[in-house]
Design a protein around this ligand. Sequence first.
Ligand code: BV8
Ligand code: ZN
Length: 262
Amino acid sequence: MDAAPYLAALRDARHVVVLTGAGVSAESGVPTFRDRQTGLWATFDPMQLATPSAYERDPSLVWGWYEWRRAAVQSAQPNAAHRAITAMAAAVPRLTLITQNVDDLHERAGSASVLHLHGELGRPYCAVCRRAYALPPDPPRVVPDGERIEPPRCESCGGRIRPGVVWFGEALPQAQWRRAVDAASRCDAFFCVGTSSLVQPAASLTDVAIRAGAITIQVNLSPTDMDARVAHSLRGAAGSVLPGLVSEVWGGGNRGGQHRAR
Ligand code: BV8
Ligand code: ZN
């Protein structure tokens, strides 16, 4: 007799969707938006810094913050939660991985075609002509406590380069958003992992899956507004809950035959 009521449903799932937030990178040492900021950033609310107006007001402060975060991500390693999601993709016929994170830890854990709803630190572009900007290969040299760094200039129009992320008040990339909504409305099982489910429209994807009749499972260290709405809420660190669940549901081997993440 299976302990958890959802194990059987997960085993039969043909299409699994996983939505992740900052909590999935926390065990890699990447601070979440809830964590107190340090150094120069301690006096700033991340939600204020991640806005077009902050960049207009003080571009070198905002660029400095993103270079500091890019350096932190480059010196971080994917953790067991990232790897468990890659293993889950190998065990099921179809998995769609949607993230709010701007780091590349899912990709470095081997996940393919990750839908980045809020952009990526590695894809800056010109704030004027939107031309992509090629970052130098070596990791950004930043002082531990962070510092203002003047944004580089666009080779084509001389405009300032901005981080390749979606700021508050800005629209999400429509192609990724449409694919995310489509997957959430068609999946059999939907996980929301390490997210406070406060930022919209990303958080509404869980409600799309609930309305579509999928089995919904939250993995979080702490309670969130989703506790009352998801079918199952697993309380704990993603880096220990997910590997345990993947081996319990799909064992070591894969069950879905030839399949890829999409
Ligand atoms: C838009 C990129 C309009 C930048 C980010 C409806 C109602 C109310 C408000 C709105 C609404 N619709 C829109 C809004 C406004 C706003 C919004 O949602 N505001 C919130 C604050 C109320 N949304 C927007 O502005 C969006 N754009 O609406 O545009 C528009 C439309 C058309 C045309 C033009 C304009 C854009 C939102 C995207 C903003 N960019 N990131 C950057 O990263 O710098 S959001 C950013 O914050 C992250 O990407 C993420 O989405 C969010 C942080 O949330 P989480 O990832 O969940 O992280 P958090 O720290 O909050 O929580 C961590 C969780 O993990 C916790 O629960 C913790 O317990 C848990 N945890 C920690 N450790 C672990 C763990 N769990 C498991 N294991 C662990 N080890
Ligand atoms: Zn330009």
